[in-house]
Design a protein. Structure first.
Ligand code: C2E
Ligand code: MG
Ligand code: MG
Ligand code: MG
Length: 272
């Protein structure tokens, strides 16, 4: 095609959009079968104590091992599962895989190591969510202490009473609760104080900002405020997306309790 003409540029754009849409439609069509065939995998990323740098917990992150397209990341299909009404099924399969691993490792004995699982807003809106978790724990003979549930601030914006009931019931089981990606939503820390969570995860964007010349001041201010207020509320703080030694040193210096990121380990198929 002749280069530079506006019309050609639009056409190229349309083709790219068409390919993206076809990809989405294909994944949407393949997803129910993938769930039924057990194509979902769970990868695990370590979380460390920032003082000792020893692993104290791990986060479970879902992947889709597509037979033709290879390993797909959650950004490609979690939203689709949500749209297709398959989130509950996906969440239950992730939880089942996590608890099967935990049972195999013997996590329920002596000192249980927590595996954190992400739950979406729609799952917390489900009146049967906490009961489903309780049943999954019982099915695998695991105490609630082996599990943590990460929710985003968006959960606090939806059906508050339903989410609240689920969270209270989970907490009664000994399951730990965290607010994920903290600082990217609309809630304030004082509001978080009214919610039954024990942990706040500082979003990776603020962590990255700590050693970016343009964003250092702002990120430093946000991180300092989040850590001190969280501690005043009796909450634990985990920083996510730690990639550099500098970020780790600053966070530890500010009193951040735990960290997670490529500096300590990438998500892997086997849990550490
Ligand atoms: P998240 O819960 O905030 O998880 C952290 C994401 O950051 C993960 O991406 C992880 O691989 C990535 N990450 C960890 N350390 C670093 C680092 O040092 N640098 C960088 N650049 N990235 C890092 P992933 O696995 O692609 O997951 C993306 C999001 O998908 C998660 O964000 C979570 O919101 C969602 N997700 C993952 N698994 C599940 C699941 O089982 N259920 C639901 N509902 N959502 C899930
Ligand atoms: Mg998470
Ligand atoms: Mg996160
Ligand atoms: Mg995040």
């Amino acid at each position: 095609a002749a280069k530079g003409s506006g019309r050609d540029q639009y056409r190229v754009h349309d083709e790219a959009d068409g390919a993206v849409n076809r990809h989405r439609l294909r994944l949407l069509a393949d997803l129910p079968g993938a769930l039924a065939d057990g194509q979902l995998r769970v990868h695990f990323q370590p979380q460390v104590d920032l003082t000792t740098e020893e692993q104290v917990a791990r986060e479970a992150l879902v992947r889709w091992e597509h037979p033709e397209l290879g390993l797909l990341l959650p950004n490609e299909f979690v939203g689709l599962a949500e749209e297709a009404g398959l989130m509950r099924d996906l969440g239950r399969r992730v939880l089942g895989a996590v608890l099967a691993e935990a049972a195999q490792r013997g996590d329920g004995t002596a000192e249980p190591m927590v595996t954190w699982v992400n739950a979406s807003a729609s799952e917390l809106d489900d009146p049967d969510f906490a009961a489903g978790v309780e049943k999954a724990l019982a099915d695998h003979g695991m105490p609630g202490q082996v599990l943590g549930i990460e929710i985003t601030e968006s959960v606090l914006m939806t059906n508050l009473s339903q989410a609240h009931q689920n969270l209270m019931r989970l907490r009664a089981l000994g399951v730990q609760l965290a607010i994920d990606d903290f600082g990217t939503g609309y809630s304030s820390l004082s509001y978080i104080g009214q919610f039954p969570v024990d942990t706040i995860k500082i979003d990776s964007s603020f962590v990255a900002g700590l050693d970016s010349p343009m964003r250092r001041r702002e990120s430093f201010a946000v991180v300092t405020a989040v850590i001190s207020l969280a501690h005043l509320l009796g909450l634990r703080v985990i920083a996510e997306g730690i990639e550099t030694r500098t970020q780790a040193l600053i966070l530890h210096g500010l009193g951040c309790d735990q960290g997670q990121g490529y500096l300590y380990g990438k998500p892997q198929a086997t849990a550490g």
